[in-house]
Every structure is written in structure tokens, then in C-alpha cells.
Design a protein around this ligand. Structure first.
Ligand code: KG4
Ligand code: ZN
Length: 345
């Protein structure tokens, strides 16, 4: 089954052709990062306008790269939420028009479920059940992926998403949007023990898998202000490494506690922050680490992460999830609306 997938929930206009949920025939991503950089973050109206300008071109490129015509396409998948409402509208309305004009059914896809499906593209044999740590610019979840469609959120952030914390701290450090990758790179040259930022583990009861990242952002801000007030020199690399270590300690700690409870033999990472090199390194060495005075050598599971290009927003992941959500396939889609607050489940 060949699916043409379209994604436009934030600042990437993307289209892809995916076969049977696993094989990417093409994946084209047009990113608006250069446009939003000067504003320090995504400006919703500017994003919608640019999606509108690029969407036809992006879809045509994806079909060309896949050497496909529309007549070779069995279904059109499209992200209908969560995301910026104006941005979602562009992709959704384009997909509806294309599907209607060509008599092709439509599969609406949840963007966050799409992030989880990104790993299906890199691991042909990976199947649920598993736990998934979903870490993106707008969301932070620990998800219990029981089946391809039965996904339960067992933990989430109470304030900022982890990607948002990276982007805000990057801004404090004078780095351009989006700052996640820049902090990741700087941290490699810094001392992660330079300053011990407070880790927010929240309530440490076994059952609590929630996060909070707003405190760390203020922690970094206040620390830098103090250094500057005292005319003390500091290396931005050291601040980046110390900030990153505190965030990753919390992410990994909560995830490992959840793995201990749910006892799956697979842990999957998803979302833009899943590209982070230190997160991958720490979580892969879970048997040897100590976080919050706790060891995890009793656990036994394999870790799966998507290729970097499928961590950040793309349409291939939407095409992958759509294959497993054929229960959502419909020819009566004209009333289908975007849902900017769509939940994971
Ligand atoms: O999943 P994504 O492309 O968009 C959303 O659905 O939100 O994630 C984008 C986020 C941004 O906050 C960006 O700074 C972060 O992912 N990010 C990273 C890295 N690469 C991207 N954060 C930390 N380390 C990275 N290497
Ligand atoms: Zn995303």
C-alpha cells in the first residue's frame, strides 16, 4: 500500500511517499527555520503563509522523487493535529482537495503518534508493545504503546516541553532558534559538572512519570545574571553542558522508572530532542548509570531511536503511522477539521 503523506503542523512543510508503513520511497522537507530565526521562534502567521507558498511544490517533489503518479497512490495521509491551527489548515485543506479531486481516501494522522512511528522506518521488525519517550518542541510524554493504535500517556510535562526548555535556554545563551542542536554541540566541549542545576524529579513516588522543565530555565537565567553581576568569566560551553545534564538526568530517570514498572523489553525514543547525542548516550548505558542515587542494572531492554532526519518534523513518519491507522481511512472527509490541541491518545 502506497501512502502519500503531508505534514505542516509547525514550521516544516513536508511530503513523503511511504510503502506499507516501513519503506520510504521519498521524503521531502522544506524547513522555514531561516525565516523564523530572526524572530527567535516560530511566528504562526508567517508559518501559515510559507506553508501555502510551498505546499504544491513539496508534494510534487515527493511524488517525483518516489517516481509515482497520483494514480499509484492508495491513500493520502495528513497531520490534523496537534500544532498551529493555521499551519495545520494548509496541509489539511491541500490534502482534502487532492484526495477529493482524485477520488483517493484520506487518513487523518495525529502528529505525536507520527513521531512514535518514526522508528518503524528505521527498524523494520520493531512492533508494539513498548514504552516511548516522546520529546519534541511542543510536547513531552512517556507513552505506553500497547498496539499501533492503542497508545496511553503515562506521563507528561506540567509546564514547558523539553525542546522548549532547550530553545529558551539557547536564547538566554544568545544562540539562534532552534537551539537544541546548538546546545548539544556546545555541550560536547563543556564541563557537565561545572554547575549542578537543580533536578526537578517532582514527587518521587513510583507512579509519577510527570516532568517539569520551567524551573531549569529560570535556574540558568539567574545563574548567568549572578556571574555577570560579579564580573565572573564563564564559558557558554560549560553552562550548555550543565543545563543539558540536568534535563537528561530527569528524562532518563523517569523513563527508567517507567521501564521498571511496565517491564517491556523495548524502549523507543521519538521527537526532535530524540536526536540529542547525550540523551542517546546516557539512555543506552542505563545499566551502568546512577541517577538520583539509584541504579538501574536490574533492567533489561533494547533502545531504539529514529534516524536523525526522522526525529524532527517530517512526513515519512506520518505515512508510517497512517498505514497502521487504516481504521481512520475515510472518503467522507470534507467536514474534517484541524484539532490544534489533539491529545496523544
Ligand atoms: O519534533 P520537532 O521537530 O517539532 C515539534 O513537533 O515540536 O522538535 C523540535 C525540537 C526543537 O525544540 C529543537 O530545539 C529540538 O527539537 N532539537 C534538539 C536537538 N535537535 C532538535 N534538542 C536537543 N538536542 C538536539 N540534538
Ligand atoms: Zn513534531
Amino acid at each position: 500500500m502506497r501512502i502519500l503523506a503531508i505534514e505542516s503542523s509547525c514550521d516544516e512543510t513536508a511530503a513523503a511517499v511511504v510503502e506499507d508503513g516501513r519503506k520510504v520511497l521519498s521524503s521531502y522537507v522544506y524547513t522555514q527555520i531561516e525565516i523564523h530565526k530572526k524572530y527567535g521562534g516560530v511566528v504562526p502567521e508567517v508559518a501559515s503563509r510559507n506553508h501555502l507558498e510551498k505546499i504544491s511544490f513539496v508534494v510534487e517533489e515527493a511524488l517525483l522523487d518516489a517516481k509515482c503518479k497520483l494514480s499509484d497512490i492508495d491513500a493520502i495521509a495528513v497531520t490534523y493535529g496537534p500544532g498551529l491551527v493555521g499551519a495545520l489548515f494548509v496541509g489539511l485543506n491541500y490534502a482534502k482537495g487532492l484526495a477529493y479531486a482524485n477520488g483517493i481516501p484520506l487518513i487523518p494522522v495525529n502528529h505525536m503518534q507520527g513521531h512514535i512511528a518514526a522508528s518503524y522506518l528505521s527498524y523494520p521488525d520493531l512492533e508494539p508493545p513498548f514504552l516511548c519517550l516522546v520529546v519534541s518542541g511542543g510536547h513531552t510524554y512517556i507513552a505506553n504503546v500497547k498496539t499501533y493504535k492503542d497508545i496511553e500517556m503515562i506521563g507528561t510535562t506540567r509546564d514547558d516541553a523539553v525542546g522548549e526548555a532547550y530553545d529558551k535556554v539557547a536564547r538566554i545563551l544568545g544562540l539562534e532558534y532552534p537551539g537544541g542542536k546548538k546546545i548539544d554541540d556546545l555541550a560536547k566541549k563543556g564541563d557537565k559538572n561545572f554547575i549542578l542545576f537543580k533536578r526537578t524529579y517532582l514527587d518521587e513516588k513510583e507512579e509519577n512519570f510527570d516532568f517539569s522543565f520551567s524551573g531549569i530555565k529560570s535556574g540558568v537565567h539567574n545563574y548567568i545574571k549572578k556571574l555577570e553581576k560579579n564580573n565572573e568569566n564563564y564559558k557558554i560551553e560549560d553552562i550548555a553542558a550543565s543545563f543539558q545534564e540536568s534535563v537528561i538526568d530527569v528524562l532518563v530517570y523517569k523513563t527508567l522508572k517507567a521501564m521498571r514498572k511496565y517491564k517491556y523489553d523495548k524502549l523507543v525514543l521519538a521527537g526532535g530532542v530524540a536526536a540529542n547525542s547525550r540523551l542517546r548516550e546516557v539512555i543506552s548505558n542505563y545499566k551502568d548509570i546512577i541517577i538520583n542515587k539509584e541504579k538501574f542494572s536490574d533492567l533489561n531492554f533494547n533502545v531504539y531511536y529514529p534516524e536523525i532526519r526522522y526525529c524532527t518534523d517530517n512526513a515519512a513518519m506520518i505515512g508510517a503511522q497512517a498505514f497502521y491507522r487504516q481504521d481512520m481511512m475515510t472518503k467522507n472527509f470534507l467536514d474534517l477539521d484541524a484539532n490544534c490541541n489533539l491529545e496523544l491518545e
